[in-house]
Design a protein around this ligand. Structure first.
Ligand code: PXG
Length: 470
């Protein structure tokens, strides 16, 4: 393969980046002071930066590189499709083989009667589609007042105006006058921080029943849908108690509302099944997918809609005035198809379920013994540790939320491991193809990072829990 190794020296790249490149989710002034880290290549589970430093990518890029980096087959699929038909739209009575084939493949792979696919360029766009779709669906059924979508606090559904409104990130809503109207948020099933004296099972039921209460309060005739991630990813790998999803499903079955499972992170093997909905026995009417659909090699997302809902929609809705230039982009579809072929033919999801996830679980849960860790949790190939000052109590640090997490993240990077922090939670979501030896390396680096963070906090007098009243 031809490599591009003649890039500018790191300091020059950083200066140009600071001058011209605005980064997502970034304090630009701070980044420009620190200088960006420039990633120049990657292979398997390892990244290489512009100084030639190798880093184990414990986050699969941004929760997406499920099959790992460097798969030449995907490059070849893109090259072939670009040469043959680089672009055509799917709007005006036209389609092309990659979009047709991928829609059929997704209908096969997704559970139940999720058989109809509306393509988008990303997860955010797919969730925008979902909001417009469910509202227009109910209008087409003679119920134009069913417009409200219920979501959860600390959910992440994307960054476009509708998607960020569906999400429940307070900091995001604080900028730009959000959420948009008719989105309601109930509490999340986050037992570790919000469970109080309840046991997890009891707490899971209580949080699920908030959906029922919200429907009663708002009126069933006003509520269009509920949306949730099987496991909240960006919120800090919140794995709901076992009682949560069955109760949500019961409520959605009993009430006339649609259930949207946002599988952008959980889809395509992450939880040890093809979809998080299978792991948690959720039967969604609509599924949002992106990320692992192409393992991040090309931007693509989609809404997958049940046969039942799509059929009713088609009968009554007329033209749906909605679509993206890149809905069903042929190169993205061709790459996604090749990614799905590899996931299936190399039995990657089965290997995760049978071998990799159980091994990662055993090793990751060992971190729970560390003096800085209040809880280690993991489901499939996505996990977190809660950093705390006092293991016995589930209270946060006295320091600002996230200060400790950031210190830990910095040690992790310096040790050659990408581990994210969400507040004071450290999270991992490695490529599904990570080997046992690489898992050992990941856990060893995480342990070293926790030791360094612990020493740092003790030296700085930061091993202090917040007082209960604060
Ligand atoms: N739904 C979920 C569950 C996601 O995790 C999106 C939708 C939006 O997808 P796009 O492709 O529009 O980004 C996501 C994306 C983070 C982080 O900080 C997570 C995401 C995106 C950016 C940052 O963990 N997830």
């Amino acid at each position: 393969m031809n490599r591009i190794d003649n890039h500018l020296p790191t300091a020059q790249l950083q200066a140009i980046d600071a001058a011209h490149h605005l980064h997502p989710f970034t304090d630009a002034a701070e980044l420009n002071r620190l200088g960006t880290r420039v990633i120049t290549s990657a292979d398997g589970v390892y990244l290489t930066d512009s100084d030639g430093v190798r880093i184990l990518d414990g986050m699969a890029g941004l929760w997406c590189v499920n099959i790992g980096y460097g798969r030449a087959e995907l490059a070849e699929a893109a090259r072939r499709q670009m040469a043959q038909l680089p672009y055509y739209n799917t709007f005006f009575q036209t389609a092309h083989p990659p979009a047709i084939e991928l829609a059929a493949r997704l209908a096969q792979l997704t559970p139940g009667d999720l058989n109809r696919v509306f393509f988008a360029g990303s997860g955010s766009e797919a969730n925008d589609t979902n909001l417009r779709f469910v509202r227009h669906y109910w209008a087409s059924q003679g119920k134009p007042d069913k417009t409200i979508v219920i979501s959860r606090r600390n959910a992440y559904h994307g960054s476009t105006l509708a998607a960020v409104s569906l999400g429940g990130m307070a900091a995001m809503h604080g900028q730009g006058g959000l959420p948009i109207p008719d989105i309601e948020h109930i509490n999340q099933p986050y037992w570790y921080r919000e469970g109080g004296e309840m046991d997890p099972a009891e707490f899971g039921l209580a949080r699920a029943r908030e959906l029922e209460e919200a429907i009663d309060r708002l009126g069933e005739d006003k509520v269009a849908a509920f949306i949730g991630e099987p496991i909240q990813g960006a919120g800090g790998v919140i794995i709901p108690p076992e009682t949560y999803w069955p109760e949500i499903q019961r409520i959605c079955d009993e009430r006339e509302i649609l259930l949207i499972a946002d599988e952008v992170i959980c889809g395509f093997g992450r939880t040890g099944a093809w979809f998080g909905s299978e792991t948690f026995a959720i039967r969604p009417d609509i599924m949002t997918i992106a990320k692992g659909l192409s393992s991040g090699y090309m931007p693509i997302g989609a809404s997958v809609i049940s046969e039942k809902i799509a059929t009713q929609f088609e009968a009554d809705a007329g033209e749906f005035f909605h679509g993206y230039t890149y809905s069903g982009h042929p190169v993205a579809c061709a790459v996604a198809l090749e990614n799905l072929r590899i996931l299936e033919e190399e039995a990657i999801v089965d290997t995760v379920a049978e071998r990799t996830a159980p091994y990662l679980k055993r090793r990751w849960l060992e971190l729970g013994d560390h003096p800085l860790v209040g809880e280690a949790r993991i489901a499939g190939m996505v996990g977190a540790v809660e950093l705390v000052a006092e293991k016995a109590c589930r209270r946060p640090f006295a320091a600002d939320e996230g200060a400790v997490g950031l210190i830990c993240r910095n040690y992790s990077f310096a040790n050659g491991l990408v581990m994210r922090h969400v507040g004071d939670k450290m999270i991992i979501c490695p490529p599904l193809v990570i080997s046992q030896a690489e898992i050992d390396e990941l856990v060893a680096l995480a342990l070293k990072t926790l030791d360094q963070t612990h020493a740092h906090l003790r030296a700085e007098g930061m091993m202090v829990a917040r007082q209960a009243a604060e």
